[in-house]
Design a protein around this ligand. Structure first.
Ligand SMILES: NC(=O)c1ccc[n+]([C@@H]2O[C@H](COP(=O)([O-])OP(=O)(O)OC[C@H]3O[C@@H](n4cnc5c(N)ncnc54)[C@H](OP(=O)(O)O)[C@@H]3O)[C@@H](O)[C@H]2O)c1
Length: 225
């Protein structure tokens, strides 16, 4: 069975990816808290502060899920806020990609899935932090896709608001949920499985001619007004 490393399989979208992908892949999980699902190989690790564990053999896939949604007016954002968001969204991914590059290269072919946000394609007020840090992730996606082709494909998924712990503050009550659903052409917010289906597709051979792309899984939010 091919091995897939999911950084952030303990909850949210990463947990949904693990549960869909584990039918035909061996999932390796890395996060600070343990995954809820029964994943045989889990490494407790903070990707920003701890040494990354070594993994034996080839990795056919790497998914990096840690990310942030810090929304506020630009006037109250500090430089430090931008550094922190870049650290989690970009530098953490860079650390993992550098550390596991040789495992990815050891596979016949491999697929990397990173996470952007609808807020890069679409200008949204109060989203400067997420837009800037995820914009960097999109740049990294295209540059690495060029550098690592043809053996390793690198793509990013840009979700809109999705029902996970990360989005909890934005979905606290029914009125917030209804307002958020109404902003999307498809009249609902995302569920972790909506995003996980795209990740599993990108990890699979069915996506073997797709690299350097940002896939928008967003209920139409980025293009339909
Ligand atoms: N949810 C949304 O509305 C939404 C919208 C647009 C984009 N996105 C992006 O989609 C991705 C997944 O989002 P999500 O909603 O599933 O997030 P989530 O519910 O917060 O899950 C994030 C995962 O990453 C792990 N993680 C976070 N910090 C970590 C660290 N320092 N070291 C190791 N693991 C860490 C968490 O596990 P532990 O806490 O156990 O470490 C968790 O498993 C993110 O990049 C996010 O920015 C989400």
């Amino acid at each position: 069975m091919q091995k897939i490393l999911i950084v952030g399989a303990s909850k949210g979208i990463g947990a949904a990816i693990a549960s869909l992908a584990q039918t035909n892949c061996r999932i390796i999980s890395l996060s600070r808290s343990p995954p809820a699902d029964d994943i045989p190989e889990h490494y407790p690790c903070d990707v920003l502060n701890d040494p990354l564990p070594s993994i034996e053999g080839a990795l056919a896939g790497l998914v990096y899920c840690p990310g942030s949604i810090n929304l506020k007016p630009f006037s109250s954002m500090k430089s430090e806020d931008f550094r922190n968001d870049l650290e989690l969204n970009l530098i953490g991914a860079v650390r993992c990609l550098k550390h596991y590059q040789s495992n990815l290269q050891a596979a016949d072919s491999a697929s990397v899935v990173l996470f952007s946000s609808v807020a890069v394609q679409t200008g949204l007020a109060y989203h400067a932090l997420v837009s800037a840090s995820k914009g960097a992730v999109e740049g990294l996606t295209r540059a690495l896709a060029a550098e690592w082709a043809p053996k390793i494909r690198v793509n990013a998924i840009a979700p809109s608001l999705t029902n996970t712990g990360l989005a909890e503050r934005l979905l606290r009550d029914d009125s917030k949920k209804e307002a958020a659903a109404a902003r999307h052409a498809l009249k609902r917010i995302g569920e972790p499985e909506d995003i996980a289906q795209m990740a599993v597709f990108l990890l699979s051979d069915k996506a073997s001619w797709i690299t350097g792309q940002v896939l928008h899984v967003d209920g139409g939010m980025s293009v339909i007004k």
